[in-house]
Write a protein that binds this ligand. Structure first.
Ligand code: PLP
Length: 360
């Protein structure tokens, strides 16, 4: 089976096997990581190694903290706002898809959230930066680097003129290199590219810590989490251990640049097939902003009978979870780090055959 799900998503087979080997006895302790005290020496090392690997892989500068939190990406929609909006009372939101829209709506509960451009009816592109209206008094500017549902991915880092930039990288984290110092805060749920669901990585610049609204729960207060090295309460120990194994796997496979090369190769294969299909397959997203991670497409302009058949035949061949998100319909394939080039080639071959058999 090849799992093309949008998340929770396929994990590297190699890591699953390693973890299976250690499930009952971690490193000669006679215990599973799941059963250990989160304050004991063995788990503390796992925890610190995971944070160290994130710093190493992403070249995180010294004036940033790496936090491991719970509550998912959705938790961060609130946490970001509760921690940062108090600085001026307002924040700017760049809404390019379903997830940034959700974050914007959540932020409106805690302060004044402004849209940088009017909400588009369909999320298929990123309006030109010259059309954005940034508020010079905003506490932060928020955007989502890769919209998982809509398949819209930024190919640039927004210019915010020294206003802290906050980015949701949940669905393309660790799939390409980027300059952390351009951001005030980055967050990413684990369940696409770096592990199972249950932990959210937050990378935050030191000067942005310590401005939380009084109502902020302490588990969401970055100052509290940072002060306690992300163990103020019980962390998702097993998930963090799993992620630390994925980080080692990324290091063995060319690091983040290696992941990017694979992502380019896999996604261009599928997009080329879409582009060369005489509109049999269509992707609604502007070519420039097509996501390397989540590729939505329709068949014959949205022929639902044919799309159902595509999904059925794909499943018979072992290709699972290719159905598009209910809000956009059609097909969506997700090509996260653990999807191999061979997996993408297998799908591509099927797409070409399906085209040949049904183009008339
Ligand atoms: N942001 C993005 C880009 C996502 O894809 C998702 C979930 O798929 C979320 C946020 C929400 O994450 P969670 O389900 O962990 O709250």
């Amino acid at each position: 089976v090849i799992n093309f799900a949008a998340g929770p998503a396929k994990l590297p087979d190699e890591v699953l096997k390693e973890v299976q080997q250690e499930l009952l006895d971690y490193n000669g302790t006679g215990m599973s990581v799941m059963e250990m005290s989160h304050r004991g020496a063995v788990y503390t090392k796992i925890h610190e190694d995971a944070i160290k690997s994130i710093r190493e892989l992403l070249n995180v500068p010294d004036n940033y903290k790496v936090l491991l939190m719970q509550g998912g990406g959705t938790g961060q929609f609130s946490a970001v706002c509760m921690n940062l909006i108090g600085r001026t009372g307002s924040a700017d939101y760049i809404v390019t898809g379903s997830w940034s829209l959700k974050a914007y709506k959540e932020a409106s509960k805690y302060g004044t959230a402004n849209l940088v451009f009017p909400k588009p009816d369909k999320f298929t592109t990123i309006p030109n930066q010259s059309e954005w209206k940034l508020n010079p008094n905003a506490s932060y500017v928020y955007y989502c680097d890769n919209e998982t549902v809509d398949g819209v991915e930024f190919d640039f880092i927004p210019e915010t003129h020294n206003i802290p930039l906050v980015c949701d990288m949940s669905s393309n984290f660790m799939s390409r290199t980027f300059d952390v110092s351009k951001f005030g805060l980055i967050f990413a749920g684990a369940q696409k590219n770096i592990g199972p669901s249950g932990v959210t990585v937050v990378i935050i610049r030191d000067d942005l810590i310590g401005h939380a609204l009084k109502i902020t729960p302490s588990v969401f207060d970055y100052a509290d989490v940072a002060k306690n090295n992300s163990v103020s309460n019980t962390p998702p120990t097993f998930i963090i251990y799993f992620c630390s194994r994925v980080f080692e796997w990324i290091k063995r496979n060319g690091g983040i640049e290696g992941m990017n090369k694979l992502a380019m190769k896999k996604s261009s294969l599928i997009y080329n097939t879409i582009n060369n299909s005489n509109n049999f397959y269509t992707c609604p997203v502007d070519e420039r902003y097509r996501s390397r991670m989540n590729l939505p497409f329709r068949i014959k302009g949205g022929d639902e009978t044919l799309e159902k058949e595509f999904l059925k035949k794909a499943e018979q061949l072992g290709m699972m979870q290719l159905k598009g998100h209910r809000s956009v319909g059609g097909i969506r394939t997700s090509l996260y780090n653990a999807i191999t080039v061979e997996n993408a080639e297998f799908l591509n071959k099927f797409m070409n055959e399906f085209y040949k058999n049904n183009k008339m």
